[in-house]
Design a protein around this ligand. Structure first.
Ligand code: NAP
Length: 288
């Protein structure tokens, strides 16, 4: 039971994989590489073993409630708790800038709604003084939203999870009904589902911080930069090892007083509520 525990979701490849790799070098404890597909996860562990690094492995599909429950039970039984949780798993469709309703629902289920199930099932295991890092995006800054009603509702410092859920469902509903208005989202409504989901992630982070404040657990969301991974079809100014540095900084080195913040890849803390700022994602940056 003794010893600290770190967990990274969706870590068989990309930024999550590099985050596990860097944690293996810097964190004194057990580091869980997790993946929805066991074969892909174990292949990733084997790659790290070749470098002399020894993460633990467990299957974890963030949209499969029973998978999260199995993981929770495993952690409870073998370690008793979690010290560091990095919610990294996500999907996007960077090839087409506009998605069908089914694609949007899938993106929102994995990128946003999964965090609500993780909050319910895994947060009770987070130890006092622990740290949670939610990997968001520049798509997750409030300036990605142009709809006045939702800017106002999410700008209120006392917004609740009901507000965030209704925001996400408002968007999904507009996709289902075919009434989505591109002007409601920055950059002509491109990658709207991904932006809505990541705005949800960063908004939820603020609420999760309030919930866990009493146990001195920090919860921050961050934008990792434009990183060369499968998600961006190889476009980016950063490689995965460089991109892992800020999540690991937030998990291990940032002052414990940094709480409920929205952090840029260069570690700058930005005002998430500044809806007029120029921090939103521009899809033109995906052109090679
Ligand atoms: N790359 C960028 O420029 C960039 C920019 C801003 C934010 N981000 C964020 O950074 C994080 C990592 O992205 P990345 O670029 O490294 O993407 P990636 O290479 O596509 O990796 C995504 C990871 O998430 C996993 N995943 C997807 N659905 C899952 C599920 N249901 N359960 C568990 N794992 C699941 C994938 O597993 P499979 O192999 O099974 O698909 C994969 O391991 C994401 O949160 C992303 O939104 C990335």
């Amino acid at each position: 039971m003794a010893g600290k525990v770190a967990v990274v979701t969706g870590s068989n490849k990309g930024i999550g994989f590099a985050t596990v790799k860097l944690l293996c070098k810097k964190f004194n404890g057990t580091i869980y590489l997790t993946s929805r597909d066991e074969a892909r996860g174990k292949a990733a562990v084997a790659d790290l073993n070749k470098l002399g690094l020894k993460p633990a492995y467990h299957q974890l599909d963030v949209i499969d409630r029973s998978s999260i429950e199995r993981f929770r039970d495993h952690i409870k039984k073998n370690h008793g708790g979690i010290d560091i949780l990095i919610n990294n798993a996500a999907v996007a469709n960077s090839v087409s800038l506009y998605n069908s309703y089914e694609e949007c629902k899938y993106i929102i289920d994995i990128n946003y709604k999964s965090l609500l199930t993780i909050q319910e099932l895994l947060f009770p295991l987070i130890r006092n003084n622990g740290r949670i890092v939610n990997i968001s995006s520049d798509c997750g800054h409030l300036s990605n939203i142009r709809n006045k009603y939702w800017i106002e509702r999410l700008s209120r410092k006392d917004f609740s999870v009901k507000d965030v859920n209704e925001f996400v469902d408002w968007y999904l509903d507009s996709m289902k009904k075919g009434t989505f208005n591109k002007d409601d989202i920055a950059d002509e409504g491109t990658l709207a589902a991904y932006r809505v989901a990541k705005v949800g992630v960063s908004a939820l982070t603020i609420l999760q911080q309030k919930e866990l404040e009493g146990r001195n657990i920090s919860v921050n969301s961050m934008h990792p930069g434009l990183v060369r991974t499968d998600m961006t079809v190889g476009v980016g100014f950063y490689d995965i090892d460089e991109a892992a540095e800020t999540p690991v900084y937030l998990a291990l080195e940032a002052p414990q007083s940094l709480k409920g913040a929205y952090v840029w890849y260069d570690r700058q803390v930005l005002d998430w509520y500044d809806y007029k700022a120029d921090w939103y994602f521009k899809s033109s940056t995906l052109q090679k």
